[in-house]
Design a protein around this ligand. Structure first.
Ligand SMILES: [Zn+2]
Length: 236
């Protein structure tokens, strides 16, 4: 699947989860009650969209690899080697658990700078994959990504507490949405890695096809906006 399909599926998953699930589930294990504020809802949408790119950290030519220039490219090459190549360890339920727990542990033990760093990175991924910046690898595109991600991180720092307790859920959900998307393609994923079983329900025949660009991504985007609008107007 393409980056924008993954990102919009993550956004939709977040909007749906925020509308349907109680806050105690979204903030597990911190267990808060009540409803998410509008800023949390909107930030969560972009952060989950960004997190939906994380499993492709095993792909040296994917969106995630180019987002921060040579730094992310080197990191992706390393992750690809360690995880056994594309669609192995990072495309498993174990990876979902790892990123969700890692986010919780980072927020809990490392604190504010970890949270802001992660937010910046996920927002950069979201801006890139949702095509909110000029296309290509040029300086204009890179600069736009940096500025928008920095602005979002600043907003997060201003309006949301040090440890947004829904962040681990958001990151795990984004990664899970990615795996579901890849399972719908021909290659499938090894969800139960390290076991060899490959899960696949091939509905989408080839990555990069027109179906994704012209139908799936726009539908996911519209769905996200509709669910967010419903949630915001029903829980003011
Ligand atoms: Zn993937």
């Amino acid at each position: 699947m393409l980056g924008h399909s993954h990102a919009t599926s993550g956004a939709l998953a977040w909007a749906g989860a925020a509308a349907a699930l109680p806050l105690s589930v979204l903030t597990f294990p911190a267990l808060q009650y009540g409803h998410l504020g509008t800023v949390d809802l909107l930030m969560g949408t972009f952060l989950t969209a960004g997190a939906a790119l994380l499993p492709d950290a095993d792909h040296p030519n994917g969106t995630i690899s180019h987002v921060l220039g040579p730094i992310s490219h080197a990191a992706c090459k390393l992750i690809s080697r360690v995880s056994g190549g594309h669609r192995h360890a990072t495309h498993s339920l174990a990876f979902v658990a790892l990123v969700a727990y890692g986010t919780w542990a980072g927020e809990h033990w490392l604190g504010r700078w970890f949270t802001l760093g992660l937010v910046f990175f996920l927002l950069a991924l979201a801006v890139r994959s949702l095509n909110l910046c000029p296309p290509g690898e040029g300086p204009r595109s890179y600069f736009t990504v940096m500025v928008l991600a920095a602005a979002g991180t600043f907003a997060m720092d201003q309006w949301i507490s040090d440890k947004p307790s829904w962040l681990p859920f958001s990151v795990g959900l984004g990664a899970l949405a990615h795996l579901i998307g890849d399972c719908l393609t021909d290659r499938g994923c090894r969800l139960f890695w390290p076991f060899q079983i490959r899960t696949r329900i091939p509905i989408i025949d080839r990555t990069g096809n027109k179906l994704e660009t012209w139908i799936i991504s726009p539908l996911f985007t519209l769905g996200t906006l509709a669910v967010l609008w419903y949630t915001i107007t029903h829980h003011p």
